[in-house]
Design a binder for this molecule. Sequence first.
Ligand code: AMP
Length: 285
Amino acid sequence: MTTITRVHEMQSFVQDARRSGKTVGCVPTMGALHAGHASLITFAAAHHDVVVTSIFVNPTQFAPGEDFEAYPRDLAADLAIVEAAGGGVVFAPTVAEMYPNGPTTSIHVAGVSETLEGASRPTHFDGVATVVCKLFEAMMPHEAYFGQKDFQQTLVVRRMAEDLLIPVRITVLPTVREPDGLAMSSRNAYLNAVERAQSRTISKALFAARELILAGERNGSTLHHVMATIIATEQALTLEYAVAANAVTLVAEPVFRSDATIVLLIAARLGKTRLIDNVLIQPHE
Ligand code: AMP
């Protein structure tokens, strides 16, 4: 295992690898790694000579009052997970290393970053787009791996890389779930035992709406209603949004075409924890 903390060392490491004909995959993370992250690292390792996993809790994607300080940090545990998953290199810079002049330059991806998560957390995706761009500059990957768990983030990152002409292939991999359906997330560590049991209602709502789509339902408000009704059965959950959207445009259409790829997205609060999840339904599933 190699751990690199300086940007210039990261860049020369990757430049050397690329010069010797190796391909480089990267997995950007905020640490507190779990089996979802490990699946990305293992997949990347199967496709590239070098895999760099970045571990950086990015302050600019947290708004004041959010959980930047409380976000779980355990580098030793993370290194063990990266190694077990087959990742050889970790990039773990400090905030000062990533933002040498503070947060002076910021990237805003118009449109796709402004709805749903962007509406709930107005500065979030500017922070994400900016840090992912900077991580690409530091890790110089041929390919970068992201989880479908953060579906809107994958659209924002793809658009940012396209708009800024960054020569990286973006690959999105499926959400890894707990046996009861809860999407794995570093923030699940905030849930107490009671909340942990209550949290499964989110995936239950998504799976129920998915069944309706598979049975032919295409009405957006019916799908919303089904998800909202199931979420309401768990009083501890406060729904922020439950939306059926076109998976390409992220627009919540009133009625979807039969050949549309639909994404169902939910954000809900459970005690002090904010949880998001989604499922994707391909037209001919
Ligand atoms: P994070 O550390 O939460 O910023 O996540 C880093 C990367 O791991 C992002 O691309 C996430 O979408 C992805 N990820 C997080 N949770 C999961 C999961 N349960 N399954 C698959 N990928 C995930």
